[in-house]
Design a protein around this ligand. Structure first.
Ligand code: BG6
Length: 500
């Protein structure tokens, strides 16, 4: 396994939640597994004043509380950690950063100035930081590579995403920009490609001739927790749908890439995004359901309504659920509905794709004989379930549905990297395959912009009680087509209805 080049990893937003919860744990585990170069520096940057030692102390505490760590490895890891306070809004202050990086170069004996800059900051700094890095020459690749990881949200709508892209491109070229979508870092999401394109059993059937419809669900049991302030200005469309779910949809739908590399795969992804049938007035009225959770008792616990969450306006009309019937205008998928839903405070946390195949053309065992179904479970209980008809033992010829299950947990040898481990490692190696490219991000915003415009319509929002599968209207969406959503449980093999 190739080890990345020696480099400095600079984390902006070093005293923020993402750094504590995801980035530092991911870097620690990569280090513990020997996947980082023997010489590397992590430099936390934010406004708060810390010394190297006090910053290490903070991270040591949070790491040991949240993760399983080995004391000796942890201490060695800590010695690579440094901290620099700067005013991130003040371009002149980046001089301190330039000086510090030069010191670290000497300390670690780096031959090249390879820097990975991670923007784990509020989006308001996404254009300021690249410009300030540029002002101090910290974007120049003359003496080593410079890469910029940008967290979501990449833009707030189509226009702001385009503007942000222009601003970042003034200082960094596209090959230096890594737009993170942590769903692409999930092993099971990447498997969509391998599963589809390495199996003769499925690929010939993977089209409008054999597939009746597709369901994509990204359900969460948690509410907005401590992030009400952010979420209220965002909502489910921007927070989950525009990025994570559309990326999953794209991987379900793409054509086979000519080879496996960043551009070949992303070329195919963008074609899907651009083939999404634009949402017209009829779609917004009849094929879209937006919802917001209301208070309820769930399994004996009282759960407050979204409007009663901290940081959320009392009269908020922000959606915490979206269900949409989408279509893809190309010859593989024309006419096949993709029903996509995501929401907070649904009965359980589960992300999955369900492929519903057509019934056989001549229903010799009766109209009720079950059609084939493939459940691709992204999380939790990662796996795949295939349903097919079998002769019901006994007299006559009746078809009965049975299931074959594969669980990732049975792959003993598999070392499943977490999404952030995988993506950080890829960025350090310069592999952008699992990062969103500018054209795809723009195409996603273009697709969702009509939803963002429609959100303010007084008719647009429906309530749903915490712990239910979204508003009644979301069920009607499928019922109108004579179908119903799958109600998945935490375990892939549990029955089709997740009881509360
Ligand atoms: C984040 C969203 O991008 O994804 C969160 O901002 C959401 O609101 C999270 O909870 C879901 O990620 P996962 O990996 O837990 O499905």
């Amino acid at each position: 396994m190739a080890i990345p080049d020696k480099s400095s990893i600079v984390i902006f937003g070093a005293s923020g939640d993402l750094t504590y919860r995801k980035l530092i744990p991911a870097l620690y585990h990569l280090y513990e597994n020997g996947q980082l170069p023997e010489s590397f520096a992590i430099l936390g940057v934010s406004r708060t004043e810390y010394s190297d030692e006090s910053y290490r102390e903070k991270l040591r505490k949070s790491l040991t509380e949240m993760e399983q760590t080995k004391p000796d490895v942890l201490e060695r890891f800590m010695s690579h950690l440094h901290y620099q306070a700067i005013n991130t809004s003040d371009t002149d202050d980046y001089q301190k950063l330039a000086v510090r990086l030069a010191e670290l170069k000497d300390k670690y004996g780096f031959v090249h100035n390879n820097h990975l800059f991670y923007l784990a900051t509020p989006p308001s700094l996404y254009s300021v930081i690249p410009a300030s890095l540029g002002a101090h020459g910290l974007n120049s690749e003359e003496d080593g590579w410079k890469r910029l990881i940008v967290e979501k949200p990449f833009g707030y709508d189509l226009q702001s995403a385009r503007e942000l892209d222009i601003k970042i491109h003034q200082h960094f070229q596209e090959h230096q920009i890594y737009r993170i979508d942590h769903y692409l870092g999930k092993e099971t999401v990447q498997n969509l490609l391998v599963f589809r394109f390495s199996n003769t059993m499925f690929e010939p059937l993977w089209n409008r001739n054999y597939i009746q419809y597709v369901e994509i669900t990204g359900a969460e049991f948690l509410g907005v927790e401590e992030r009400g302030g952010y979420y209220d200005g965002s909502g489910a469309v921007r927070d989950m749908f525009q990025n994570h779910l559309l990326q999953v949809l794209a991987l379900v739908a793409i054509e086979s890439p000519p080879r496996i590399n960043a551009d070949a795969i992303r070329d195919e992804v963008v074609k899907v995004m651009r083939s999404l049938k634009p949402l017209d007035e009829n779609d917004l009225k009849n094929n879209l359901v937006l919802g917001q959770y209301t208070e309820s008792d769930v399994r004996g616990d009282f759960l407050p309504s979204y409007r009663d969450e901290n940081g959320v306006a009392d009269d908020s009309r922000t959606e915490t659920f979206i269900g949409l019937k989408a279509f893809i205008n190309n010859s593989r998928w024309n006419g096949v509905p993709f029903y996509v839903r995501t929401g907070k405070r649904l009965p359980t946390r589960v992300t999955e794709v369900v492929i519903h195949f057509n019934p056989t053309p001549h229903p010799v065992f009766g109209q009720d004989a079950p059609a084939n179904k493939l459940v691709i479970r992204i999380q939790p209980d990662e796996g795949i379930q295939m349903s097919f008809g079998l002769k019901q033992p006994g007299a006559g010829f009746h078809s009965k549905e049975v299931k074959m299950n594969f669980h990732y947990k049975n792959l003993q040898e598999a070392q499943m990297l977490t999404a952030y481990e995988r993506l950080l490692l890829d960025a350090l190696k310069g592999d952008a395959t699992l990062f969103a490219r500018s054209d795809a991000v723009e195409a996603c915003w273009e697709y969702v912009q009509p939803i963002l415009d429609y959100k303010n319509d007084p008719q647009a929002l429906f309530g749903y009680a915490c712990g239910t599968w979204g508003p009644k209207e979301a069920h009607d969406l499928l019922a109108a087509d004579g179908r119903q959503w799958r109600f998945p449980c935490k375990n892939l093999t549990d029955t089709d209805y997740c009881e509360l």
